[in-house]
Design a protein around this ligand. Structure first.
Ligand SMILES: Cc1ncc(COP(=O)(O)O)c(C=O)c1O
Length: 372
């Protein structure tokens, strides 16, 4: 391999298993509503230890239908984090609910439970934490807050497949958990998502709503709910099932890569790894937080110039032109703003080699030295 070849921020790794399953679907001629979707769902539910898994066309679709299926009062407040991709906020709005933002903790970059407790009002129907970069929000404390308040908990675990907290996998703590399989994720289906829940009624509603309110196998003209087309195609399900069959290997590779980054960067002045340790975390991205006096955007440009596709990651949602007028004066959210301006996501993917990681660390180290 050319040692100077560009290193992408993320890249899927597709194995023989996935190709064989894709061939199986192509050979069957059943490209939608076929058995591969059910096989993927069953394997996913088993991996998570959830009673039900419903395959959908994206992580956003999982968030959207999850919020709809809970049948919350129209306009009810959903407490969520400004430190996320636009999908979380967009889906709250698409479900006809009110976005109520709350600041994050600088430790795990997820919703801060004491601040959440203060943000909840009589109009709050649910809390929607985001497990960013694969790192868990304080999910046990958030579960307690929701139980005490008698409100719902929806986990945006789109970036956190495989991460465990005290032996329990993320996505299974709340009323429902949402996963996304965009090609930068731990496993991919190209585009796709999954909703998991232990609530049979909720799962059934989501199953109907993903297919215009109709059963996937029942009479085609029997529409029971208002819904959308959020079906996952069988070719995508085949890719997902093949990836899931390799999940142990994928998690091991990501753990090894995280360990390499941590070892090489831990002592570098001017930055800190996003989490104090990697225990139980299946990283989606490996992120460092730069000291505030370092020019993060210039360092990003310099990395790009050297063929290293690092990323800045989240832009605070409340500062986005589309959302600012809706959020109004809910802020400021100083931790989310500071973290968004200092976070640097390093290339991180299953097939990344130790040499590539070494080159990233060496280049970053020299740039930090230059700007300190
Ligand atoms: C935290 C988070 N939430 C939601 C989503 C939305 O997933 P999708 O792109 O599959 O709609 C993503 C994916 O980018 C994400 O990272």
């Amino acid at each position: 391999m050319d040692p100077a070849a560009p290193i992408p921020l993320a890249r899927p790794s597709i194995g023989e298993q996935e190709r064989a399953l894709i061939d199986e679907v192509l050979g069957s001629g059943q490209l939608s509503r076929g058995p591969m979707v059910k096989r993927f769902e069953a394997a996913f539910a088993e991996f998570l230890g959830a009673a039900h898994a419903v395959a959908l066309s994206s992580g956003s679709a999982a968030l959207h239908l999850g919020l709809k299926a809970l049948r919350l009062p129209p306009g009810a407040e959903i407490v969520t984090s400004p430190f996320s991709v636009p999908a979380t906020a967009n889906m709250v709005l698409a479900a006809g609910l009110k976005l109520q933002l709350c600041d994050i903790s600088p430790v795990h970059l997820g919703l801060d439970p004491p601040q959440v407790a203060c943000t909840i009002t009589d109009e709050t129907a649910a809390v929607l934490p985001i497990h960013v970069f694969g790192q868990p929000a304080e999910i046990e404390a958030l579960t307690d807050v929701c139980r005490i308040e008698g409100i719902r908990l929806i986990e945006d675990a789109c970036e956190a497949l495989g991460t465990r907290v005290n032996g329990k996998v993320l996505g299974t703590f709340g009323d429902l958990g949402c996963f996304g399989f965009y090609p930068n994720k731990q496993i991919t289906t190209g585009e796709g998502g999954m909703l998991v829940t232990d609530n049979a009624e909720l799962a059934e509603r989501v199953r109907l709503m993903r297919n215009h309110g109709r059963s996937m196998d029942g009479p085609w003209h029997d529409q029971q709910l208002v819904g959308l087309n959020y079906r996952l195609p069988d070719l995508s399900a085949a890719l997902g099932l093949g990836q899931l069959q390799r999940i142990d290997e994928i998690m091991q590779r990501r753990a090894t890569l995280a360990e390499t980054y941590r070892r090489q960067l831990e002592e570098v002045p001017g930055l800190r790894p996003v989490a104090a340790e990697d225990d139980g975390i299946c990283w989606f991205a490996w992120v460092v937080i730069l000291d505030p006096d370092l020019p993060r955007d210039q360092i990003l440009t310099d990395l790009h110039d050297r063929g290293i596709q690092a990323g800045r990651y989240f832009a605070p949602l409340h500062q986005q032109p589309a959302l600012a007028p809706l959020v109004g004066d809910q802020g400021p959210f100083p931790v989310a703003e500071a973290m968004a301006s200092r976070a640097l996501a390093l290339p991180f993917f299953n097939d990344m080699t130790p040499d590539q990681a070494e080159r990233v660390c060496e280049t970053l180290r020299s740039l930090i030295e230059r700007y300190r």
